[in-house]
Design a protein around this ligand. Structure first.
Ligand code: MN
Length: 710
């Protein structure tokens, strides 16, 4: 260590402090839930992001060496591969690896921040910015312990990108050429959507070169190697090209070819379709519609997911500012600081794409705010150090001022962390039965559930699913929605049909690919194929025919239904996806579904809240000013042996509304007849299943699994 300069030693010390701080703040959640059994499985906390189970499934399959065709397990994707590597070399359990990966990888963000500040000869600014950025609201939310998703490195990579171009432009040293190229290669491997951001960095450097530094050959080398790392070719080819070009750039005799290489790299970028993904991405955002129409065939209309996840343009300023800086005041001062910083150090203008992406949150959704976090943290840190040194030269006062101001900007973010008690995706009872199902079901069997549960089901039970966090378009969601919210007869047949049709399409695609000259396949939605195969021109007629005795496709595997209690909360949303006339796109009238968890009985009248009340003596339910007789009153409760007891009292057979009192769940439901008869209510809430169609497999109060008999 003796040959290190004191500046280098201080840099390392600051990186170490900031990294330890970032990790420690992420351990607050672990400390808060220490020993809380419902969140733990296999002796470790479970993760708290749904998508994490996707990567976990891939990593599990890489480690076991078992993977099947069409199981949607991401064994070729970076997050799964990196997880598998960690799980293989580190002495921790798989559950611990996926829980803590985000803690340690996201904390790496402190390194480029401090290194960029080193370039400005202002290490204190780097430390302050690193402390703030590592725990700012949106960065914390998306990289906290258990938030096992690509976010853990999605900001780290562009920050290293920024660091290498700033140092490259300022020092013109060759090593930054290879560092920036490696960063792009890794970033692309990790997160293929990184494309647009890389492209904007490239455009800014090009602009900078044209305006300020046209005669500097180094800039063209930088641009060329960035472009080569970015072109739309396989990763290994890009690695080889990058290494080759880097070698040429470092050799004196090849300097005269730099412009040719630069030109060739741009041509290669466009020829390989480099610009197409950027355009496609923009189009997806600008022209999204609620109901999506297939233009050919029957032209079926499906409900679009965009409608349920839309958040664009509806974000209040305070929320936006809090997410980027922790507080509105910090946010505004950060902007001022950034402008000043960019004025003093022009290279900070290269950070504009990240600020731009962060501000896109106004239109594209809150998830973008994290991109602006580290840059604006540098803004406020610059403001703090500059103003302080303008006021005093005395070291002790200076450091005291740094310390107090840093505490002030950190505090709102610390408060947020302390209050942000995110639950795990599943509780242990929901997982236990999936874990048992793993030993009952075969890998090729299907489990039908709402798409939210797709990834976790596949991770814990190692089965297949019809839908998941990455496969839930309107036409895909139609089927689980239809199954869960229609009668047992219709649901059972649709389940068999859709699973066999799904597998059959895999087969058709595979056989076609093996042909000497593969044909261009025109594949419609399963539901459309079924309609045609059963001789109908109108899908509604086909759906009605499911109530009759139709001949089903040959059974190739078993099908299970996973019905968690908590799906009750989203039942109306689940219903929406099949509550549409597929032929004409009209949305049907919403079924009646009312749930109360907060009710009070006074003088024999139970107030369910939101203007609904129940009078069991008069056998009526009052909804607003409407007084409606109750068709049946059903009471469910668990006995000592944890068996569900269901008592039903028929009240008025002409009514369309039934009431279910779920005693152990403190829940009262008011449902119309269609909802009452749906598969989900009958099998999950009442355990009343048609024994010709279903059999019980695994049950606990949190989740129930049935098996299809047909
Ligand atoms: Mn599998």
């Amino acid at each position: 260590m003796n040959n290190l300069t004191s500046e280098t030693k201080l840099t390392i010390l600051y990186i170490f402090i900031a990294f330890a701080f970032s990790v420690a703040m992420r351990m607050i959640w672990v400390y808060q839930f220490n020993g809380y059994e419902p969140f733990m499985f296999n002796g470790q906390f479970m993760i708290n992001t749904n998508d994490g189970y996707f990567w976990a499934e891939g990593a599990r399959d890489i480690l076991s060496g078992v993977s099947q065709e069409n199981d949607r397990s991401p064994i070729t994707l970076a997050a799964s591969q990196l997880t598998a590597i960690f799980a293989y070399i580190l002495p921790f359990s798989f559950e611990s690896i996926i829980l803590y990966m985000s803690v340690f990888l996201s904390s790496l963000i402190v390194i480029p921040i401090i290194l960029i500040a080193k370039n400005f000869k202002n290490l204190e600014m780097g430390l302050i910015a690193a402390l703030l950025a590592s725990i700012t609201v949106s960065y914390y939310n998306r990289t906290m312990v258990g938030y096992y998703d690509t976010d853990m490195l999605n900001i780290v990579f562009p920050m290293f990108f920024l660091w290498s171009i700033i140092w490259g432009i300022n020092t013109n040293q060759n090593r930054y050429l290879i560092i920036v190229a490696i960063d792009i290669l890794l970033y692309r491997w990790w997160y293929p959507q990184s494309y647009a951001l890389e492209f904007s960095f490239f455009s800014l450097i090009l602009l900078y070169t044209i305006i300020f530094d046209r005669k500097n050959l180094y800039n063209y080398k930088l641009l060329a190697i960035i472009m080569i790392a970015m072109i739309n070719l396989d990763g290994l080819i890009r690695v080889a090209l990058v290494l080759g070009v880097f070698y040429l750039f470092t050799q004196e005799k090849f300097q005269k070819y730099v412009f040719y290489i630069f030109g060739a790299s741009i041509v290669a970028f466009f020829i390989t379709g480099g610009f197409t993904p950027i355009w496609a991405h923009l189009k997806g955002y600008l022209f999204a519609k609620d109901v999506i129409v297939n233009n050919e065939g029957l032209g079926l209309h499906f409900y679009s997911v965009m409608q349920t996840v839309r958040e664009a343009g509806e974000i209040p300023f305070e929320v936006f500012a809090n997410r980027i800086s922790g507080h509105s005041i910090t946010f505004i001062l950060s902007l001022v600081g950034y402008v000043w910083l960019a004025y003093k150090h022009r290279v900070m203008l290269f950070a504009l794409p990240m600020i731009g992406l962060g501000f896109l949150a106004w239109y594209g959704g809150l998830r973008f705010t994290i991109y602006a976090v580290p840059i604006l943290a540098m803004g406020i840190a610059f403001l703090i150090t500059e103003l302080t040194s303008k006021i005093t030269d005395k070291k002790s006062i200076k450091y005291f001022s740094y310390f107090m101001l840093t505490l002030a900007i950190l505090y709102p973010n610390y408060k947020h962390i302390d209050n942000y008690k995110t639950p795990t995706v599943f509780n242990v009872d929901e997982v236990k039965i999936l874990d048992k199902l793993k030993n009952i079901a075969d890998r090729e069997d299907y489990v039908i559930a709402w798409w939210d549960y797709g990834y976790p089901i596949r991770y814990y039970s190692d089965v297949k699913t019809l839908s998941d966090g990455g496969k839930h378009s309107g036409s895909v969601n139609f089927v689980p929605s239809f199954i869960l919210t229609n009668t047992q007869q219709q649901a059972a047949k649709m389940a068999r049909l859709d699973v066999e049709y799904t597998e059959n399409i895999f087969k058709i695609i595979k056989e076609n690919a093996e042909l000497e000259k593969p044909k261009k396949l025109n594949i419609f939605s399963n539901i459309e194929e079924m309609t045609k195969d059963y001789g109908f021109y109108d899908t509604n007629d086909f759906l009605l025919s499911l109530e009759t005795d139709i001949e089903l496709p040959k059974k190739t595997r078993d099908i299970y239904f996973y019905l968690p209690f908590k799906m009750l909360n989203i039942y109306p949303t689940v219903k929406m996806f099949s509550n549409i006339d597929l032929m004409y796109g009209n949305i049907y009238e919403r079924p009646f579904f009312f749930m109360s968890r907060n009710y009070e009985t006074k003088d024999n009248i139970t107030d369910l809240g939101r203007g609904v009340s129940l009078d069991l003596n008069k056998k009526i339910v009052q909804i607003g000013s409407n007084i409606i007789p109750i068709r049946r009153f059903v009471r469910t409760a668990y006995n000592d042996k944890m068996e569900l007891q269901v008592k039903q009292e028929l009240m008025n057979f002409s009514s369309n509304y039934s009431v279910i009192f779920m005693k152990n769940y403190n829940t009262i439901l008011v449902l119309d007849e269609d909802t009452f008869n749906s598969l989900y209510i009958q099998l999950m809430v009442l355990e009343r299943y048609d024994e010709d169609l279903f059999e019980r497999v695994l049950m606990n109060p949190h989740a129930k699994i049935y098996k299809l008999k047909i």
